[in-house]
Design a protein around this ligand. Structure first.
Ligand SMILES: [Zn+2]
Ligand SMILES: [Zn+2]
Length: 390
């Protein structure tokens, strides 16, 4: 392991920053305290700060030398609507809010890298430190891009990082191409005609129609999607009826879909509509689909993925970087930044300590031991991609 000594020396301070952010979690677009803290730290390092992009987003600009090249490094700042079950001193001070995805760690890592780079300036060009709000469902990354992030801060490439629980600390993995899935949700309104439970012949039973729809939806992936593509269609809720003696008129079916390609998600949507409408109609009922797209698939660019893995290998050694790691079915709004610019997203092991249960769990905690690993990774990435001319 070749961590950067100046960053290792900051570990205690980085840990204090991380725990402070952990104790004060803020939700989507409400990251006021966190964004104040990030801006103040960046300014104290002598980095130029721009605020107010996507409401609470912050961008730090650090230019050194004469080079015109620029890269962007991104961290997310938001927490989750969850009651923390950890008991340690720095647990969340707010009910219903918790840093359960490690964004407190990601923010601290990028601050650590910024501090080192501002001090040593061992590179030539410009680094943009992008701190985004609202990764957890709010699409803060998309809004930053829409508000002109890469026009105002013209980076040739953008890099992001996420911790990976139950993956060894000090190891990285990623891969070129699809790394995280596109996500969509749907509401299917199945409508029949209500009736007395004792007189089914006088109604059109929405419950029976909905039951057939749910069963028929199991064929969407198996019969309409190529075996070479990955897709998930899950029905996750059914709501209908509230009495023993009434055949309900309406049933609501809800679900969640994942895919690694937008074309596959298009096909899932069209097939759900066709199967649901026609299956309901076979029972005299109707089905209306409301299909809502979430984040697009996160697609790593091949060249930048090599660069990211090379930087990680400089820090933890080639044997600790899996360049063809398994993709994940979760989704990430860094995907929008990778639609706008070449770049790569990499995962860093959070280890297998007690807090390293899965993210979004009320007992999760970011592992402070990997703060210097992540900060060294970003720092080496900059020094490697924007080298000083000798
Ligand atoms: Zn998350
Ligand atoms: Zn996350």
């Amino acid at each position: 392991m070749s961590l950067i000594p100046e960053i290792v020396a900051l570990k205690e301070e980085l840990t204090a920053w991380r725990r402070d952010i952990h104790a004060h979690p803020e939700l989507c677009f409400e990251e006021h305290r966190t964004s104040d803290l990030v801006a103040a730290r960046l300014e104290s390092f002598g980095i130029e700060v721009t605020r107010g992009i996507a409401k609470t987003g912050v961008v730090g600009t650090l230019k050194t030398g004469t080079g015109n090249r620029a890269i962007a490094l991104r961290a997310d700042m938001d927490a989750l609507p969850l009651n923390e079950k950890n008991e340690f001193a720095y647990r969340s001070r707010h009910d219903g809010r918790m840093h359960a995805c490690g964004h407190d760690g990601h923010t601290t890592i990028l601050l650590g890298a910024a501090r080192y780079l501002a001090k040593t300036r061992n590179f030539d060009g410009t680094v943009y430190f992008v701190f985004q709000p609202a990764e957890e469902g709010g699409g803060g990354g998309r809004i930053m891009v829409e508000e002109g992030l890469f026009d105002r801060f013209p980076a040739e490439a953008v890099y992001g990082l996420h911790n990976a629980p139950n993956y060894p600390a000090g190891k990285f993995f990623t891969r070129p191409g699809p790394v995280m899935a596109a996500a969509s949700v749907f509401d299917l309104h199945v409508t029949g005609r209500g009736a007395h439970a004792a007189r089914p012949e006088s109604g059109l039973d929405a419950v029976v129609a909905a039951a057939h729809v749910v069963t028929a939806l199991q064929t969407v992936v198996s019969r309409s999607i190529s075996p070479f593509d990955t897709a998930v269609v899950s029905v996750t809720q059914i709501h209908g009826g509230d009495a023993y003696n009434i055949i309900p008129e309406d049933v609501l079916i809800r679900g969640n879909c994942r895919a690694y390609r937008t074309e596959v998600m298009d096909r899932i949507e069209a097939t759900i509509r066709r199967v649901a409408e026609n299956t309901a109609s076979a029972h005299g009922a109707s089905a209306r689909l409301d299909f809502r797209r979430g984040y697009p698939p996160l697609i790593n660019h091949a060249r930048e993925t090599e660069i990211a893995c090379d930087a990680a290998a400089l820090v933890v050694g080639e044997q600790n970087v899996d360049r063809n790691g398994a993709p994940r079915m979760a989704s990430e709004d860094f995907a929008y930044m990778l639609e706008a610019r070449p770049g790569a997203f990499i995962f860093m092991g959070n280890g297998d300590s007690e807090g390293s249960c899965d993210v979004h769990n009320p007992r999760y905690d970011f592992n402070d031991d990997i703060l210097p690993v992540g900060a060294s990774y970003f720092a080496r990435l900059v020094e490697m991609t924007l080298p000083k001319s000798r």
